[in-house]
Design a protein around this ligand. Structure first.
Ligand code: ATP
Ligand code: MG
Length: 374
């Protein structure tokens, strides 16, 4: 039987665990054309949730057009426009009709056609020679508005925080002004650099201020993992005890991607007699080992005070870092050194502040504990 666990791309269907509450809430926003800001730490399952909600829309035959635009790697307004044009084929599967609507909107503008070698689908995007992005963006938004007049749409801009790095003057403002006119479209802005994306939407001097309903995505609760894991393993005639599942989930702190990663490897083990703690330890070590080179390189890039601060976080579970005894235990002379190091570590996305300070990547944390013999 095929391994149902996967961890390098989004997951849907049987590989997707629960999230029932999130799915129904998201669907409610989509039906009401309410914009949403979906954010979480890395690899918590934002893109999977979006794909799963798209599946539900199709399964329930809801008359809602869906479009998923991946903005990762875009560095300018042009890139944004090109990606969005390329995504139009998700709304219009008939290529001739698509070409017609685009060329009607972009009269006199040369179009580039391309075929996606993986899916075979054909897309169209404008060539920008001699035309300014402002005009093309406006036309693109008119096309979206037109499609939304026939049926509701949901348009996802994934990794939306990339937009904050574009250097074009006023792009966020212009985009906002179009989006506000689209009353039949639910825009989902999704992103993982929590700080950046919440700042874009929550600070009153930014264009996207209060444009979307906040939708933080949390980890998956243990009680949801238990039946999901048990069911999938029972197909292989392996009975996994609740305590074993709890143990695995706890080791990876409920993190969706790492739990799938672990279960993928566990699935490959002969488990008719159940899985011993020895096997669980072996697989956990293998996961840590596999990324040890990457983590060594990361460690080497850190300053001595950043290294000490990481140790301080581990020793104190992320809180009371400025206490004199704590500082002394890692040989840090003053609290201001810690403040500085914390701020650099947050910028590098190695740690996050969530009440206390946490090391984002659980496997990096495990590697540190091992390496520093903590
Ligand atoms: N509902 C789920 N059930 C089980 N595993 C999940 C679920 N959602 C996500 N995962 C696991 O997490 C991994 C990452 O998911 P996904 O790419 O959707 O996250 P993301 O938040 O969009 O990540 P990124 O921050 O890289 O954009 C998946 O490959 C899968 O292993
Ligand atoms: Mg994603």
């Amino acid at each position: 039987m095929k391994n149902p666990f996967a961890y390098s791309n989004y997951v849907t269907g049987e590989s997707f665990c629960n999230r029932k509450k999130e799915l129904s809430e998201l669907l409610r926003y989509i039906k009401g054309s309410q914009n949403v800001l979906l954010y979480s730490h890395r690899r918590y399952g934002k893109s999977s949730l979006i794909q799963q909600v798209f599946r539900e829309i199709r399964k329930k035959n809801l008359n809602i057009g869906v479009m998923h635009i991946e903005l990762y790697g875009t560095i300018s307004e042009k890139d944004f426009i090109t990606r969005t044009f390329q995504g139009l084929n998700q709304l219009e599967s008939n290529f001739e009709r698509l070409l017609k609507s685009v060329s009607n909107a972009l009269k006199n503008i040369k179009l580039n056609l391309s075929i996606d070698s993986a899916t075979g689908s054909t897309s169209v995007s404008p060539s920008f020679e001699a035309f300014n992005e402002k005009i093309i963006l406006e036309e693109l938004m008119k096309i979206l508005l037109k499609y939304s007049q026939n049926r509701k749409l949901v348009i996802v801009f994934d990794e939306f925080q990339e937009v904050a790095n574009y250097t074009e003057e006023g792009f966020e403002k212009r985009l906002r002004s179009f989006i506000q006119q689209h009353s039949n479209i639910c825009y989902i802005f999704s992103g993982s650099r929590q700080h950046l994306i919440t700042e874009m939407f929550n600070s009153n001097n930014r264009a996207f201020y209060k444009l979307a309903e906040s939708f933080p995505l949390d980890k998956i609760e243990t009680k949801h993992y238990i039946p999901w894991v048990r069911n999938l393993f029972s197909r292989k005639n392996v009975h996994l005890h609740t305590e074993r599942i709890e143990e695995i989930v706890a080791r990876f702190e409920n993190h969706p991607m790492y739990i799938q990663n672990f279960l993928f490897h566990l699935w490959e083990e002969p488990g008719e007699k159940g899985f011993s703690l020895k096997i669980i330890n072996k697989l956990e070590n293998a996961i840590i080992e596999k990324r040890s080179l990457e983590h060594t390189v990361l460690w080497e890039t850190l300053s001595i005070n950043q290294k000490k601060t990481l140790k301080l976080i581990l020793l104190n579970n992320g809180s009371n870092l400025f206490n004199a005894d704590s500082l002394k235990s890692v040989d840090l002379k003053t609290g201001s050194l810690v403040t500085k190091a914390l701020s650099s570590l947050i910028k590098k996305e190695i740690i996050v502040k969530n009440g206390s300070y946490l090391i984002q990547d659980i496997v990096f944390k495990k590697w540190l504990q091992k390496t520093l013999s903590l």
